[in-house]
Write a protein that binds this ligand. Structure first.
Ligand code: SF4
Length: 303
């Protein structure tokens, strides 16, 4: 058995799963727990295996984020990565991703290996699809390099860079809140938060995510909401949107998180130990989300 503890937390992605389908939420956060352990029940291992699949769009977003993060990390230590160099890294990751996904050795255990959701579920990714995906990734990276945002970041002294980290967390009324912010920096009295997008997310989701970032900055750094600006840079369409933050938005966010945590905890049999009720207590919400659900095989009984 693992020594890790399945601790309760809240994050935007967890919230998204909870809203989509309670059974999916159960599989992702409870049913898959410890599935990386070879001694676990076969069903748990299978759920964990499915949890680690990524759709081609999600995976593409991940590799674009990884390359931009690498470029910024290098810049932080004074090394400038040219666009052609960054592009070469991106193409290598892209090809490797397709090779990895085709290998039989994917087990879901190795966090570095990857398999497409499409591959697992027999959905063809044609040569044309692959070409289009690479074109999109290259466009996103080029847009980033040519953007005013990147220019501003380059001109900003490193002492004013704040975050360039994967997983951040803060305590909210005794619960851990996780978030992942792409970049943040100081500009005079202000804090500017950035998020790179590569897909077609809805504006309502941006609001939730950015307000959560602002809540983090306000709680951790004691910055007043009026001095926080959040920006979404949609790399595929080369468009930046600015979201103003204010006290009311932060209060609404707190209320939202508080209510959602209460609902999530109502599905626990032991709140202290984060032990979930039985699987059947998490209703299947069959419909729109099933077609792109990682857990379809296990949910339908096919596995
Ligand atoms: S297949 Fe549908 S009902 Fe089953 S877990 Fe996924 S989204 Fe929920």
């Amino acid at each position: 058995m693992t020594d890790f503890k399945n601790e309760f937390s809240w994050s935007k992605s967890r919230d998204g799963l909870f809203n989509e389908c309670k059974r999916k939420y159960f599989f992702n956060h409870y049913g898959s727990w410890n599935g990386w352990d070879h001694n676990e029940l076969d069903r748990t291992k299978r759920i964990y295996y499915l949890k680690k699949l990524n759709t081609k769009e999600i995976w593409l977003g991940q590799i674009i984020h990884e390359v931009i993060k690498y470029v910024l990390n290098q810049l932080r230590i004074g090394k400038i990565i040219s666009l052609s160099h960054a592009m070469a890294i991106l193409r290598k990751k892209f090809e490797e991703g397709f090779i990895q996904s085709s290998l039989k050795r994917y087990t879901g255990f190795n966090s570095k290996s990857h398999k497409f959701f499409e591959k697992e579920y027999g959905i063809d990714i044609s040569k044309e699809d692959k070409k289009e995906l690479l074109k999109k990734a290259e466009l996103c990276l080029t847009n980033f390099y040519n953007s005013d945002t990147f220019m501003t970041i380059r001109k900003t002294s490193i002492e004013n860079w704040i975050f360039l980290e994967d997983f951040l967390n803060f305590d909210f009324e005794g619960n851990k809140i996780f978030l992942s912010m792409d970049f943040a920096m100081k500009e005079g009295d202000k804090i500017i938060l950035y998020d790179w997008k590569t897909g077609q997310e809805r504006t309502a989701d941006f609001d939730l995510q950015l307000t959560c970032y602002a809540l983090y900055v306000s709680e951790k750094l004691g910055v007043s909401p009026e001095n926080i600006t959040a920006k979404i840079f949609n790399l595929s369409i080369n468009k930046e949107d600015v979201f103003e933050i204010n006290k009311e938005k932060l209060e609404d966010m707190k209320k939202y998180i508080r209510e959602k945590i209460k609902l999530m905890k109502s599905l626990l049999v032991n709140i202290e130990e984060n032990v979930a009720k039985e699987e059947k207590e998490f209703p299947k919400e069959e419909g729109f989300y099933c077609s792109r659900c990682n857990f379809k095989k296990i949910c339908s009984g096919e596995w």
